[in-house]
Design a protein around this ligand. Structure first.
Ligand code: ADP
Ligand code: MG
Length: 416
């Protein structure tokens, strides 16, 4: 009975960090790095508890699950987390005195840590099922190394290996269970975030359809009268005021356009469109805008790039991306635009700037609603663009380096 109690206690040490993390930490702590540190800390506690209250049976036989917090810490937390957790294990073992067990611990860690870290990147990029497989595989590998080293140190007799074999089976099953548990909770959590986002979007689209037109009409009237006021014999300062007012009205109009195109139901009025021709038009539209920003646009556009798309929406996407490229260079610079076809039957449009660039995190957030780093940005342009390109069955790739520049690659299925 006592063994069962001990086993259950070990399982509790695994459950605790997972539930504390997902209940109290994920929602409240926004920074990934901080979350990582807290998670590693929780796994650290779990390791200490596991090692302090092992399952004991027979004379010297001890079973414990410290491998699981170590494995999870390494796979979810990365390099530093795994180094800290292994150091913790070694120090704890050292406090028991140097014995065969201690050497065993160190050797097993040396043999398994590099492999954990090797698989960490793959793990981070994989989907749920593959993650479970990787975690189970790694825990099996860890136990196998433990078994081999113990065999070498003490001899391969069934008497000595009985316990490690039970350990191996137990660890593999528990790893499988807890990886699934963690992944399922993560999935539920992500779903919740996505639902909150889509709820936000639903509200925007409802509001826009009601208000946008009501606001636009008086704005158009005001703009018209401002233009009428702008007579040649006005003093320069007043002319400037009028110009500023018109520009601000245009900006407001642009924001409404962004909102509107988002709120509109997506009609499938796609047609055969020449992407190259549309690019030329977009460059013309933004010519004066780029000149105002001291930006030169250089283009290399193939003429026959036919795709199946809605020309208005395609134009809007290109305008959004090109405008961002221009805005990313406060001191001016060059934007390179090219349009060509690829061997995989895609039309490839690239828009490349030498502006402020983005970090990896910023690239990841690109396209989520209201994400903007600009003082007067709406954070809707990229979201709309991603949505449009997706609706054309295309994809957007972003290469960017902070301080160096950004390259947007739009791939759209080519038609003949
Ligand atoms: P807005 O332009 O209104 O800020 P967008 O959705 O168009 O909203 O863009 C979101 C954010 O993405 C911008 O605020 C900017 O920080 C970043 N971004 C987009 N394109 C680029 C680019 N070419 N270079 C650097 N940052 C960019
Ligand atoms: Mg923008």
């Amino acid at each position: 009975m006592n063994i069962l109690k001990d086993f259950l206690l070990q399982l509790t040490f695994m459950v605790m960090p997972i539930f504390i993390y997902f209940t109290f930490i994920t929602e409240r702590v926004k920074s990934d790095q901080k979350r990582n540190i807290i998670m590693s800390f929780l796994w650290g506690i779990s390791i200490v508890l596991c090692m302090s209250f092992p399952v004991t049976f027979g004379q010297n036989a001890r079973l414990e699950l410290r491998i699981i917090p170590l494995l999870f810490g390494s796979l979810y937390g990365g390099f530093w987390s795994s180094i800290c957790l292994s150091t913790l294990i070694i120090l704890y073992r050292l406090s028991d005195g140097i014995s065969v067990g201690f050497y065993n611990t160190v050797l097993v860690l040396l043999g398994s840590l590099p492999v954990f870290l090797l698989f960490q990147k793959k793990f981070a990029m994989s989907k749920k099922d593959k993650r479970v497989k990787i975690a189970v595989g790694l825990s099996f590998y860890y136990c196998l190394i433990g078994l081999t080293i113990l065999g070498i140190l003490r001899g391969f007799t069934i008497e000595y290996l009985k316990v490690p074999i039970i350990h191996l089976i137990f660890v593999v099953v528990v790893t499988w269970f807890f990886t699934r548990l963690t992944e399922t909770i993560r999935e539920i959590h992500q779903l919740r975030v996505e639902m909150q986002n889509s709820e936000k979007l639903r509200v925007i689209s409802e509001l826009t359809s009601v208000f946008a037109h009501e606001i636009r009409n008086p704005m158009q009237v005001t703009r018209g009268f401002l233009q009428l006021l702008n007579e040649p014999d006005l003093p320069d300062q007043k002319k400037e005021y009028i110009q500023l007012s018109i520009e601000e009205l245009d900006r407001a109009n642009e924001i409404i356009n962004d909102f509107l195109s988002f709120g509109k139901p997506t009609l499938n009025n796609n047609e055969r469109v020449n992407a190259g021709y549309q690019l030329h038009r977009v460059i013309n539209i933004l010519q004066s805008y780029s000149m105002n920003h001291n930006v030169e646009i250089k283009s290399d556009i193939l003429d026959y790039c036919w795709i199946y798309a809605n020309p208005q929406k395609l134009k809007q996407t290109l305008i959004n991306i090109l405008k961002n490229a221009i805005e990313s260079m406060p001191n001016g610079g060059i934007v390179w635009i090219s349009c060509s076809t690829t061997d995989e039957d895609y039309v490839k449009i690239t828009i490349k700037d030498e502006g402020i660039g983005m970090t990896k995190k910023q690239i990841e957030r690109l396209g989520s609603p209201f994400y903007s780093l600009k003082e007067s940005g709406t954070g809707l342009g990229m979201m709309v663009s991603y949505q449009i390109v997706r609706s054309f069955k295309g994809k957007i790739q972003v290469n960017s380096q902070k301080g160096q520049g950004t390259e947007f690659i739009i791939l759209l299925p080519q038609i003949t």
